[in-house]
Design a protein around this ligand. Structure first.
Ligand SMILES: [Zn+2]
Ligand SMILES: [Zn+2]
Length: 385
């Protein structure tokens, strides 16, 4: 079958770029050889999403150890990439059929973090921080392929009559925004979103749909802010891009503008989705006393908090968000996507996916250059099979 793979050796990681569209062996269900296949299904992708993490594999910025360690322990030479999926079940293991009721023809998406179900966190209902988790397309083969084998327990039934298939394929990253916006009550609250990349943009829509009032979006990129405006933010704020190690101090102009907009005190809730140290400090300072700061943006290395007393003396709470709660986040997301009377789904398709214009690519005609240009110019790219 055709697949989009990372096909380099560990020592070539830094000197190469991109992914290769090539032929690889099809995954198969063989319960005789692999008893665990009883609980697995084979899925034929219809649409898949290209994630920020795929971009960092493309440019060799992250996941090196996870990819190569898992390849070595499985004795494989390449990793099939991709984890954002909407597809059709084509074969079902005996246990997956009996216990989960899956059958060929079922349409599903998937949670991308495969949880073990046995560890301490899994047992207490925190499977999103499973001690033994595998990530699809990183530590196990992914969905940029004509077939993918997945555990039935990870799948999420999705009705394309209620959720359009292009949107169904990106429920996993949308779930990051839903998880972030579910950490505290947003009803009637003022919200500032630092960083309008894909998850920041999703968060504008999720926060609005969940009842946030004034939404302020902060980003150094004018194009990202235009998208934020089209999604309905009340106040877009352009900031200078912070550079170097010295630029960790909060941006006083942004803090002043946010306070001005929110009774002189600051926002109720700040979402830090940029991974910038300066944005983190600006977010903390721009949040009112007693407010909440939700952390999702991620960068390697040390961060400096400029005025630590701010947090404790003013009773501000920091929350961190990773992945999605399985499956609480998925239920909330389904409700948001399927309920009528708001344009949540339409705005995802019309604005973030640009109605498919320049964002939708046929998988079997994959070309590295055009694809790379597309994911540099749009917040989300979809592959159609
Ligand atoms: Zn993703
Ligand atoms: Zn676990």
């Amino acid at each position: 079958m055709k697949a989009l793979v990372l096909d380099v050796k560990r020592n070539e990681w830094e000197t190469t770029e991109g992914m290769v569209h090539t032929s690889v062996a099809e995954p198969e269900l063989d319960e005789g050889k692999n008893p665990e296949d009883a609980s697995r299904v084979l899925i034929r992708p219809r649409f898949t999403g290209f994630c920020g993490s795929d971009k960092s594999i493309w440019y060799r910025r992250a996941f090196k150890e996870m990819i190569f360690d898992s390849l070595e322990s499985n004795g494989h030479l390449h990793r099939v990439c991709g984890h954002e999926l909407f597809g059709e079940v084509v074969a079902v293991g005996s246990y997956a059929a009996k216990f989960y009721g899956y059958k060929p023809g079922d349409l599903v998406s998937t949670e991308s973090h495969i949880f073990c179900g046995r560890c301490h966190q899994c047992k207490i209902g925190d499977a999103h921080v499973c001690a033994n988790h595998l990530i699809i397309g990183i530590s196990t083969d992914g969905c940029f392929a004509e077939l993918i084998k997945l555990p039935a327990k990870e799948l999420w039934r999705t009705d394309p009559d209620r959720i359009r298939p292009e949107v169904a394929a990106i429920q996993d990253p949308l779930g990051n925004a839903v998880h972030a916006c579910s950490r505290v009550d947003l009803r009637g609250r003022t919200v500032a979103i630092f960083g309008c990349g894909t998850i920041g943009l999703f968060s504008i829509l999720v926060a609005r749909t969940m009842g946030a009032t004034t939404i302020i979006a902060i980003d150094p990129n004018a194009k990202n802010l235009q998208l934020a405006e089209r999604l309905g933010v009340d106040l877009p704020l352009k900031v200078a891009r912070s550079t170097g190690t010295k630029s960790v101090a909060p941006d006083p102009e942004v803090v002043a503008k946010i306070k001005q907009t929110c009774f002189g005190e600051g926002v109720d809730v700040a979402l830090e989705m940029s991974g910038s140290n300066q944005a983190l400090n600006t977010a903390i300072l721009a949040t009112r006393a007693g407010g909440d700061v939700i952390l999702f943006g991620l960068s390697a290395g040390d961060f400096i908090i400029t005025d630590f007393q701010q947090i404790i003396m003013h009773g501000k709470t920091l929350h961190s968000v990773v992945g999605r709660k399985v499956f609480q986040t998925w239920f909330i997301m389904s409700n948001l996507l399927q309920s009528k009377g708001h344009d949540f789904q339409d705005k995802i398709y019309d604005v973030i996916l640009n109605k498919g214009e320049g964002t939708l690519f046929p998988f079997n005609k994959f070309k590295m250059e055009t694809f790379e240009q597309a994911f540099q110019n749009h917040p989300k790219i979809i592959l159609k099979y």
